[in-house]
Design a protein around this ligand. Structure first.
Ligand SMILES: [Zn+2]
Length: 98
């Protein structure tokens, strides 16, 4: 275990956590808006963040010209990153046993 590996989840404080990010894409006809959530994620928070980012992209990512090209790329990239956090062991939160 290195210091980086023992960094707790930014969202709930559980360990182990890995540093990654998820991008939600909102298309607005000619523009697009990206909502990036980055930080250290434990398995549960990473899974939740990936679902949220992908639901934003799936519902709102298609409403722009650039979104048509970008949305599948973001969905795939989020899914790959989600696969990494889902491989983490069960999160252990401080002050709680079991
Ligand atoms: Zn967490």
């Amino acid at each position: 275990m290195t210091a980086a590996d023992s960094h707790p989840c930014d969202f709930c404080g559980a360990t182990p956590a890995i540093k990654t990010f998820f991008v939600g894409l909102t298309g607005m006809v000619l523009l697009r808006k990206l909502q990036t959530t980055r930080g250290y994620f434990c398995r549960d928070c990473g899974d939740a963040a990936a679902r949220k980012a992908n639901s934003i992209t799936a519902r709102r990512g298609w409403w722009s010209i650039s979104g048509w090209a970008g949305a599948p790329v973001y969905l795939m990239a989020n899914s790959i990153r989600a696969g990494k956090v889902r491989k983490l062991p069960e999160p252990v939160r401080p002050g709680r046993t079991g």
